[in-house]
Design a protein around this ligand. Structure first.
Ligand code: C2E
Ligand code: MG
Ligand code: MG
Length: 703
C-alpha cells in the first residue's frame, strides 16, 4: 500500500499523530505527517520496517506497557502515557484496523502535557487535609499492599514535588534498616536496592531528632552534616541535597520512617508526612500479619524450611507445567524414632534443625519437610552435572557430620521431567542406602535398638520365620521340577502369618533385605543337602525391588551361593514388574551382572497389574510367571483364554525360555494350559506351599 492509501485508511486523521504497526513483529507500517514532525522524521524510509518501540519510545525491546494484547476488533482502548523519549504526556486511543484480511494496530495520540500540568498545579493547591484524605483512601482501598504503598508514595512525592518518596522499616533485633518501598520521579534513579541491610547506626542522628521533635529534615546537605560521617556519605552517594522524614511508631518504639528527598514544595512543612505516618504504620502492621499468615501456612516452623502444604502445591505446579529439568534429593534422618526415644523430643527437634541447616547449604528456598524426618529438595532447571555436584556436596557434608545421620537419594531428569516419577526414584535410592545404614548399625553392635531392623533380626535368630516350599510342576510330565520358596512368620500362638501381611511394611521400613537374604540362605542350605542325595532341582526365591537396590547386592547373593557350594544356575530370582521403576542404567547393570553369574531370572505376577510389555523387550528374563488372576478366569471366559494362549505364544516367539502359570486350582485350568503349551505350573491343584520336611517327603515319593 502507498503512503496516501494508508492515510486514506485513517480517514481524515492525517493531521493527527497517528501510526500503524504490525501486531506480530512490531514493524512500523505508517506514521502521519504530524507524527513525523513530532519525532523529527523527514521521510517514511526512516521508520518503515523499523520497530515501533525503538522509533516511538526509544526502547530496545517491546514496551513493557504495550497494549497489543488488550485490543479487540471494533473496540477502542484509551489510556494515558508519559513518553520518556519525547518528555511529553500523551492521551492515546488504540484500535485494530484490517488491511488485506490481517489486523494491524492503529494508534491516535494527543499531546496532553499542558492539561496534565494544569491538573498538577491544581492538585498541588489542594490542602494538606485533602491530600491526607486522598492518601488514606489509597491505603485503605487498594487490595494489594504493594500497589497501595506505591500509589501512596507517588501521591506524597508529587505533593512535595520531590525526587523520591520512601518507607524504611527497621529490623530491630538485628540492628538493621531496609528501604521497603520507593517511588521515584521521572528521570530519577531508584535507590531501593542499595538501601537494604544498612546498620541502624548510620541514622542515629535521625533517631535522636525523631525522638526530640517527631521529625527530621535537612534543608541543605552541605551546611548541616559532618562531611566525614557515614550519614553524609550515604546521602551524597544518592545525590540528595535535602530531605524530610517522619518516624513510624509502634508501642512507643520507632520501627521505621517515611520520607521524601529533595522536595521543592512545602519544603519546611512536615504535616502531611507526620499525619500520614499513623495510617502507614497500620497498613504495615496488616501487611506483616498477612505475610506472617502466608509464612506460617507454607513454612515448617521448627526448621524454617517449607512445609508439606507448600510441597503439595509445588508438585501440582510441576505436574501441570514441568520445568526444563528437575533434580530431586530425598533425605531421611536415620533412626529418628530412636533419637526421640533415647534422648527426648527436644534433642530430636534439635537434630531436625541441624539436618535442615545442612540441607540449606545446597538450596536457599526449595527445601520441603514432608514428614517427621523426611525432607525433599527440588532443583528447578539445573544441569545434570551441577545437580550431581550438589548431591555429592551434601553427601560429603553429612558423611563428615558426627551428629546427623541421614540417608540420601537423588534423581535428575530433563525433557518434560515427571516430578512424581523422580520422587519415587530418589525415594527408592534413599531406602536402599537406609538398608546399609541398618546393616552398619547392627554390625557395629550399636547399643541403641534400631527399631524394626533389630526386631526382625532378633525374630530371624529366634526361628520365627520359616521358609515354605511350593512345588513347580512340568505340566506335560506332571513331575516336580523345582519349587518356589515362600516366607512365613510364626505368630504368638504358633499360627502362620502370610507374607502379604508383613512384607509391604518391611519394604517400607527398608528391612526386607534381611528376609530376602535369609530365604536365599535357607534355600542354598536346602540345595546343598539335596545335592548330597543327588537331587538336582531349581528353587525360586522372591527378591524385593528394595533389596535389589542395595549397593553390592549381586556380590552378596553370589557370596551366599558360594558359602553353600550352590551353582547360581540352581537359583531363580523372582522379581515383579515394579522393578522397571528402578533407574534405567542401574537396572540394566543389575540384571546383566546377575545373568552373567548364571542366575535364572523370572518375572513374577505377569498380567496382574499394568502388564508393561516393554519390560519383556528390555530385560532378559528366562521365565515368565503368569499371574493367578489370569488363571482364575480361564475356565469359561473366552477372552481370558485368548489372552492366556497368546501370552504363552508371545513368550515363545520372543525366545523367553519358560512359561509358568501360577495359582492353578482345578483340572480344567490344567487341561487348558496344557493345551496352550504352557510349560510349568504351580498351585493348590498340585500342592499348597509346605514345610521343607513335607516337601522332602513329596520328593522322596516321586524320586
Ligand atoms: P508370589 O511370589 O506370587 O507367590 C505366589 C503366591 O501365591 C503365594 O502366596 C502362594 O501361596 C500363592 N498361591 C500359590 N498357588 C496358589 C493357588 O492355587 N491358589 C491360591 N489362592 N494361592 C496360591 P504367599 O506365600 O502368601 O506369598 C505372597 C507373596 O509374598 C508372594 O507372591 C511374594 O510376592 C511375596 N513373598 C513371599 N515370600 C517372599 C520373600 O521371601 N521375599 C519377598 N520379597 N517376597 C516374598
Ligand atoms: Mg513369587
Ligand atoms: Mg506371583
Amino acid at each position: 500500500m502507498r503512503y496516501e492509501e494508508y492515510d486514506s485508511l485513517i480517514m481524515g486523521e492525517e493531521n493527527c499523530i497517528c501510526y500503524i504497526t504490525d501486531l506480530e513483529n512490531y514493524d512500523m507500517i505508517h506514521l502521519t505527517k504530524k507524527g513525523m514532525e513530532l519525532y523529527n522524521i523527514s521521510s517514511p524510509e526512516e521508520y518503515i520496517g523499523q520497530k515501533c518501540y525503538r522509533i516511538l519510545q526509544g526502547l530496545e525491546e517491546p514496551c513493557p506497557f504495550c497494549t497489543n494484547k488488550k485490543l479487540i476488533p471494533g473496540e477502542k482502548y484509551c489510556w494515558e502515557h508519559y513518553n520518556e523519549k519525547l518528555n511529553r504526556w500523551m492521551g492515546i486511543e488504540d484500535s485494530l484496523v484490517q488491511i488485506d484480511g490481517k489486523y494491524f494496530r492503529l494508534e491516535h495520540a494527543r499531546d496532553i502535557t499542558l492539561q496534565k500540568e494544569q491538573w498538577k498545579r491544581l492538585s498541588d493547591q489542594l490542602t494538606v487535609e485533602e491530600i491526607l484524605v486522598e492518601c488514606v483512601q489509597i491505603l485503605a482501598s487498594e487490595d494489594n499492599y504493594d500497589t497501595a504503598f506505591q500509589r501512596f508514595l507517588e501521591r506524597l512525592g508529587r505533593y512535595y514535588r520531590a525526587n523520591r518518596a520512601y518507607i524504611f522499616e527497621f529490623e530491630l533485633d538485628k540492628g538493621l534498616i531496609h528501604n521497603t518501598y520507593e517511588w521515584c520521579a521521572a528521570n530519577v534513579t531508584a535507590e531501593i536496592d542499595n538501601l537494604q541491610n544498612l546498620p541502624i547506626d548510620c541514622i542515629s542522628n535521625w533517631l535522636k531528632k525523631f525522638k526530640e521533635t517527631g521529625e527530621f529534615f535537612i534543608t541543605s546537605l552541605n551546611q548541616v552534616i559532618d562531611k566525614e560521617s557515614e550519614e553524609y556519605k550515604l546521602l551524597v552517594a544518592q545525590g540528595i541535597n535535602s530531605l524530610l522524614a517522619a518516624p513510624l511508631y509502634t508501642d512507643n518504639q520507632i520501627v521505621g520512617f517515611i520520607g521524601v528527598d529533595d522536595p521543592t514544595n512545602s519544603t519546611d512543612d512536615l504535616t502531611l508526612l507526620r499525619a500520614s505516618s499513623s495510617f502507614v504504620i497500620e497498613e504495615l502492621k496488616k501487611r506483616r500479619l498477612i505475610k506472617r499468615l502466608a509464612y506460617v501456612s507454607y513454612t515448617d516452623l521448627l526448621t524454617g524450611v517449607k512445609n508439606r502444604n507448600c510441597y503439595s502445591e509445588v508438585l501440582q505446579k510441576y505436574t501441570a507445567k514441568p520445568p526444563q529439568s528437575l533434580g530431586v534429593i530425598f533425605a531421611d534422618v536415620n533412626g529418628m524414632k530412636q533419637i526421640n526415644d533415647t534422648y527426648g523430643h527436644k534433642y530430636g527437634d534439635k537434630m531436625l534443625t541441624m539436618v535442615s541447616d545442612i540441607l540449606k547449604t545446597v538450596s536457599e528456598d526449595s527445601i520441603y519437610r514432608i514428614g517427621g524426618d523426611e525432607f525433599v529438595i527440588l532443583f528447578e532447571n539445573i544441569e545434570e552435572d551441577a545437580f550431581q555436584q550438589k548431591s555429592l556436596e551434601l553427601k560429603n557434608t553429612f558423611d563428615m557430620d558426627r551428629e546427623c545421620d541421614v540417608s540420601l537419594g537423588c534423581a535428575w531428569m530433563d525433557q518434560n521431567p515427571d516430578v512424581n516419577q523422580l520422587i519415587v526414584l530418589a525415594d527408592e535410592q534413599m531406602y536402599a542406602r537406609k538398608q546399609s545404614y541398618y546393616k552398619k548399625v547392627l554390625e557395629n553392635g550399636h547399643q541403641t535398638r534400631v527399631g524394626i531392623a533389630s526386631e526382625v533380626l532378633k525374630e530371624l535368630k529366634n526361628h520365627q520365620f520359616i521358609v515354605f516350599y511350593q512345588p513347580q510342576i512340568n505340566i506335560k510330565t506332571g513331575k516336580i521340577t523345582g519349587a518356589e520358596a515362600l516366607i512365613r512368620k510364626k505368630g504368638i500362638n504358633g499360627e502362620l502369618i502370610a507374607p502379604d501381611r508383613f512384607i509391604p511394611y518391611y519394604e517400607l521400613e527398608g528391612v526386607i533385605r534381611h528376609i530376602d537374604l535369609f530365604v536365599l540362605e535357607s534355600v542354598c542350605q536346602t540345595l546343598n543337602n539335596w545335592k548330597k542325595n543327588d537331587i538336582n532341582l531349581k528353587i525360586a526365591v522372591n527378591f524385593s525391588r528394595v533389596t535389589l537396590l542395595e549397593p553390592n547386592i549381586v556380590e552378596r547373593i553370589v557370596g551366599v551361593c558360594k558359602k553353600y557350594n550352590v551353582e547360581p544356575s540352581q537359583i531363580t530370582l523372582e522379581v515383579t514388574e515394579s522393578i522397571s521403576k528402578m533407574e534405567h542404567r542401574h537396572l540394566h547393570y543389575l540384571i546383566e551382572s546377575l545373568i552373567s553369574h548364571g542366575f535364572n531370572l523370572a518375572l513374577d505376577d505377569f498380567g496382574s497389574k499394568y502388564s508393561n510389555l516393554s519390560i519383556l523387550n528390555e530385560l532378559d528374563f528366562d521365565t515368565i510367571k503368569i499371574d493367578k488372576s489370569l488363571v482364575d478366569q480361564l475356565e469359561g471366559c473366552k477372552k481370558s483364554q485368548i489372552i492366556m494362549r497368546n501370552t504363552i505364544r508371545m513368550c515363545k516367539e520372543m525366545d523367553i525360555l519358560h512359561t509358568l502359570a501360577e495359582g492353578i486350582e482345578t483340572s480344567g485350568q490344567m487341561e487348558l494350559l496344557a493345551d496352550y503349551d504352557c510349560e510349568y505350573g504351580q498351585g493348590f491343584y498340585f500342592s499348597a506351599p509346605v514345610s521343607l520336611d513335607a516337601f522332602n517327603q513329596m520328593l522322596s515319593e516321586e524320586y
